[in-house]
Design a protein around this ligand. Structure first.
Ligand code: SAM
Length: 335
């Protein structure tokens, strides 16, 4: 089947679904307490897409060429009975099914997630030192419990587990080498993510970004690395292998080396809006059509139309220093 192509010739391949805009962490670069405090107006329950609605849309996206779905949020394991959604998504033929989590509830849920049909997990972890990690998550959450979650996931076969570390200068860059040492040879794939100007809440400054090339240089000085080929065209992580066979790491350089030209991602927000860029300011409301009685042909036409009109390339424009509109928050659109 030919996937639907956008105005820049990019096919739609990866669908990220935010299943909740809530999270039990308050990571300073994502949902800082100053903005996401006690009174923050999270979406009311009736605004959330139901599992039936999500599955219906996922099938239609798959028919347009999507081959991979990632459940995210917010913290996806906070959504009740997420296994029920996974079971239904797993029944769609030919889909790779993954989930991104902060790991806080993973140890208890790894087996049921796997049994429901999940293939892999990505776990976020921003350091190994408790004081540093707690300053990042701002929820007093210790490292040890995330590590237990990672091991539990690998033990049930949600593997290889990818471990994502967002690097913020002055906050956790001292953890780059300890993280590399810890995960080297573990079978898990550690990936370093450049701190991005997602949303508006985090008061991002370019000076706080550590370029991925610097991360590679620091690790290479202790453990020599060599570049390896991407697993597939359009893979966003640049892959590096330890020369001594200690496994691989990845770096995601969305700020210093924009990958818009090969971006195949589409996002479905918690309340059923489609966003064709992580840095978009406007989404396309599919929930209104879903709940207004649209049939599959109408929804399919709407989805295809959204993708065909797509011309986003935010990260490339950011690099060119152009002024940009207010963006939506990552917890809502799905990280
Ligand atoms: N709660 C889940 C988690 O913690 O992984 C899923 C949602 S979270 C928004 C997804 C990923 O986005 C996490 O790895 C998080 O660290 C990353 N993230 C959030 N804000 C970011 C930013 N400003 N720059 C880079 N990565 C960010």
């Amino acid at each position: 089947m030919m996937p639907t192509i956008d105005r820049r010739g990019r096919p739609v391949r990866d669908l990220r679904i935010s299943v909740t805009d809530r999270c039990n962490f308050r990571c300073v670069y994502c949902m800082p307490k100053t903005v996401f405090g006690r009174d923050y107006p999270f979406l009311p329950r009736q605004d959330l897409l139901t599992y039936e609605e999500i599955v219906r849309l996922a099938r239609l996206f798959a028919a347009q060429g999507v081959g991979k779905i990632r459940l995210t949020g917010g913290e996806p394991l906070l959504r009740r009975d997420i296994e029920r959604l996974i079971e239904q998504l797993a029944a769609i033929p030919g889909l790779e099914l993954t989930l991104t989590t902060n790991g806080s509830l993973l140890a208890a849920r790894a087996r049921s997630l796997r049994d429901a049909g999940l293939h892999r997990v990505t776990v976020s972890l921003d350091g190994l030192d408790d004081a540093v990690f707690k300053r990042m998550n701002d929820a007093d959450y210790p490292v040890s419990r995330v590590l237990v979650g990672i091991e539990a996931a690998a033990a049930v076969g949600l593997a290889p587990v990818k471990v994502n570390m967002v690097v913020k200068r002055g906050a956790n860059d001292g953890e780059i080498l300890p993280m590399a040492r810890h995960f080297r040879g573990s079978g898990h794939i550690l990936r370093f993510i450049e701190y991005m100007d997602a949303g508006n809440a985090n008061a991002w400054r370019a000076a706080e970004v550590i370029p991925a090339a610097d991360v590679v240089r620091r690790i290479d000085a202790e453990f020599p690395l060599e570049a390896i080929d991407p697993n597939y065209p359009g893979e966003v992580a640049e892959r590096w292998r330890y020369r001594d066979g200690g496994g691989e790491i990845g770096v995601i350089a969305s700020v210093t080396q924009a990958f818009c030209s090969s971006c195949t991602r589409v996002r479905l927000s918690t309340d059923g809006r489609v966003y064709t860029c992580l840095f978009a300011s406007e989404g396309h409301d599919l929930r209104r059509q879903l709940r207004g009685g649209a049939d599959d042909a109408q929804l399919t036409a709407a989805i295809a139309d959204i993708w065909r009109q797509r011309e986003d390339r935010y990260s490339e424009l950011r690099g060119a220093g152009l002024p940009l509109a207010k963006k939506i928050e990552m917890s809502y659109i799905g990280g």
